[in-house]
Design a binder for this molecule. Structure first.
Ligand code: UFG
Length: 327
């Protein structure tokens, strides 16, 4: 089997490349390196380019026989999507459609799509399962929901089958080392807390302490990046086995507050972490926790690293590698 990984030089994509490589599946990465890193691609062939480049896609699909495509090449910043929605709709929707059209023209009809909890908007239930109302509150979430809807129509009309995987809060790093989370600018809680622990930043700001949660800070469902990758492989195998299109919410089903994450990081690292109370960040729901029963039942998915301290420990190893490379 041979899988095209679009965005394979990014955080989750690079872990997916390694996961497939270790499973003995041939991988080719397509990435324009706008935010990914060439050295994060540890297996298979690397092709530099953008998913919206139809001529490049035709060459790529024409010269290789792919058995499926996984797509991680999205812009992911909620705040940026509000100030520059054109960037989000162009890349996350228009360019994704270029990819899908190339796939169907070349007869590659299995697709695993990186979706997000942001398609649900403000939660109306404590645990978010697949039947939760889909009402995104920003262009990022809308761009992902639009692709999910396009995929439903492409299956009905063209037989292009897909799995939409809605991530909650991806975190951690492959414990084998060498790859990890590396956004620029970094906005995510776990890597920023660990930078404060390693001394690469002075403190961590807590965005809002007056939410309707046990300690007043936002609650999220943190899921290890390798567990996400396992779910992708299971979803792709299900499509290869003839399974129909599906969508799954992926989290551990337990919520941790920002303060609990900081306390866990202090315990794992043994370092003091300076905390600054800050205003709420626009667009942050108080609580986001997944119900992943469906993925467990239908795919047989079992997260291996569900414990928050383990997730933080793996992220800490990566942060220490980054910090020593900077010295
Ligand atoms: N937070 C802080 N301080 C920081 C950074 C984050 O207090 O310096 C808080 C946030 O306010 C939030 C929590 O930590 O309550 C987690 O924030 P992240 O930025 O790590 O993650 P989000 O929950 O905002 O984002 C995730 C995905 C997005 C997706 C979003 C859906 O990373 O891609 O969920 O709501 F869009």
């Amino acid at each position: 089997m041979h899988v095209l990984i679009v965005g394979g030089a990014g955080y989750i994509g690079s872990h997916m490349v390694r996961c497939l490589g270790k499973a003995g599946i041939e991988v080719t990465t397509l990435d324009d390196l706008s935010s990914g890193r060439r050295d994060a691609v540890t297996h298979g062939e690397f092709v530099e380019g953008n998913l919206g480049d139809r001529a490049l896609l035709d060459a790529l699909f024409g010269e290789r026989n792919f058995d499926g495509v996984m797509h991680f090449a999205a812009h992911i910043e909620v705040g940026e999507s509000v100030v520059d929605p054109a960037k989000y709709y162009r890349n996350n929707v228009v360019n994704t459609q270029v990819l899908l059209d190339a796939m169907r023209d070349h007869g590659v009809l299995q697709f695993v799509f990186s979706s997000t909890a942001a398609i649900f908007g403000e939660p109306v239930r404590d645990r978010i399962d697949e039947s939760h109302p889909k009402a995104p509150i920003n262009p990022y979430g809308r761009s992902k929901l639009m692709v999910e809807e396009i995929l439903g129509d492409y299956d009905a009309a063209y037989g292009l089958r897909s799995a939409c995987l809605r991530y909650f809060n991806a975190a951690g790093a492959d414990p084998a080392g060498g790859i990890g989370e590396c956004h620029d600018p970094e906005t995510h809680l776990v890597p920023l807390v660990l930078r404060a622990a390693s001394g690469r930043r002075e403190s961590i700001s807590v965005f809002g302490s007056d939410y309707d949660t046990p300690d007043g800070t936002c609650v999220r469902d943190y899921i290890h990046v390798n567990d996400l990758c396992d779910a992708h492989l299971l979803a792709l195998r299900s499509l290869w086995d003839g399974g129909g299109s599906a969508a799954y919410n992926l989290g551990n089903g337990s919520g941790f507050s920002v303060r609990e994450v900081i306390d866990t990081a202090a315990g794992v690292t043994g370092r003091d972490i300076a905390v600054v109370e800050a205003e709420r960040r626009a667009g942050d729901p108080g609580t986001l926790v997944a119900d992943s029963t469906l993925a467990q039942a239908e795919l047989g998915w079992r997260p291996q690293y569900a414990d928050l301290a383990t997730i933080v420990e793996h992220a800490w190893r990566w942060e220490q590698a980054l910090a020593s490379a900077e010295r």
